[in-house]
Design a protein around this ligand. Structure first.
Ligand code: IPM
Ligand code: MG
Length: 355
């Protein structure tokens, strides 16, 4: 039987709650499917681990993870550990160490969800944001000097390489080609950022020549936010830098009804290393331990993971079960409901049993 090895890292905040919910749903799916197995190992890494050991994960953490086919990740970030420590010690260490350069963030208004945009337009949202995930503003290059003096200086250097930009463009064109509308929008800020962003523009034009069947257009990132709100139906796939896409994807998630729904795949498309799948919401300290975290973003991320592992039929069944549950409005408070994480999880397991 096909076996996929999954490393589960709940991490911080509500991360462990939603990952346990996700594993339960995956278990129900696999039991009914019978065509494949998931071999899951849990890793207690994150801020708790940091308080005990001084590290977010063991020194050989990446070597351990390398043996897995995929990583199922909750969230990272704690109130008593600086964000840059938690982030660079675990999540970015995995993304960069495993060259997960393509971050894929689909946005749809799931059935039953009342999203803010519906107030203004009856048009639906069906987008995929492709975020460059290995360089740009998150390259970690920079320094601080003259600390504490009035002359203190800090640099935060964005790195854009021809290799890095070309590969994310190719990835975005390939993905756009596989969708019905075949439209790719390049989002930059090449009026103000005249070096790196102009390189993005040029490489986009070059790569576009290899994809004559994909329609293209371009937006500056500020104008893109307006278009997302006022003309959502005019967008399909968007490609943007690490930071721009980070911001746009939170906007996209809010427009689709809740940050609690939105999934992410951090892909190493060459499959040299495992890819990582996670909800985009983060730790959400305000609701930790209350049992009301929305697990839908984590379930949808599991569907993306199954798809990446080649289990397309199982991925579609899971998506259909998620949509059956949202259609029935079994919602946690972030979506205006009263259901608990547990109840949404059980509802999805029950919906799986019926298909
Ligand atoms: C995301 C998150 C992270 C990011 C945070 C937790 C650093 O906002 O995945 O969008 O900015 O990459
Ligand atoms: Mg973000």
């Amino acid at each position: 039987m096909r076996t996929h090895k999954i490393a589960a890292i709940g991490g911080d905040g509500i991360g462990p709650e939603v990952i346990e919910a996700g594993l339960e749903v995956l278990d129900a799916l696999v039991t009914q499917d019978g065509g494949f197995r998931l071999e899951v190992e849990r890793f207690p890494w994150g801020s708790g681990f940091y308080r005990q050991t001084g590290r977010m994960m063991p020194e050989d953490g990446l070597d351990t993870l390398k043996r897995f086919d995929a990583i199922y990740f909750g969230a990272v970030g704690a109130q008593d550990v600086p964000d840059h420590v938690t982030l660079w010690g675990l999540r970015l260490a995995i993304c960069q160490g495993f060259d997960q350069y393509a971050n894929v963030r689909p946005t749809r208004i799931l059935p039953g969800v009342s999203a803010p945009l519906k107030l203004h337009s009856d048009a639906d949202i069906d987008w995929v944001i492709i975020r460059e995930n290995s360089e740009g503003e998150y390259s970690g290059q920079g320094r601080r000097s003259h600390r504490g003096l009035p002359e203190e200086v800090a640099t935060e250097v964005s790195i854009f390489t021809r290799a890095g930009v070309s590969r994310i463009m190719r990835f975005a064109f390939e993905l756009a080609r596989g969708r019905p509308r075949r439209l790719l929008t390049l989002i930059t800020k090449s009026n103000a950022q005249r070096h790196g962003m102009v390189l993005w523009d040029e490489i986009f034009e070059e790569v576009a020549r290899d994809y004559p069947d994909v329609g293209t257009d371009r937006m500056l990132v500020d104008a893109a936010t307006t278009r997302m709100v006022l003309k959502p139906q005019s967008l399909d796939v968007m490609v943007a830098t690490n930071l721009h896409a980070d911001i746009l994807s939170d906007l996209a998630a809010a427009l689709s009804g809740s940050l609690g729904i939105a999934p992410t795949a951090n892909l190493n498309p060459a499959r040299r290393f495992p890819s990582m799948f996670e909800p985009i919401h983060g730790s959400a300290f305000d609701i930790v331990g209350k049992g009301i975290a929305n697990p839908i973003g984590t379930f949808w991320s599991a569907a993306m993971m199954l798809d990446h592992l080649g289990e397309r039929a199982a991925a579609s069944r899971l998506m259909a079960a998620i949509e059956a549950v949202t259609r029935a409005r079994v919602f946690t408070p972030d979506l205006g409901g009263k259901a608990t994480t547990r109840e949404v999880t059980q509802a999805v397991c029950a919906a799986l049993a019926h298909r």
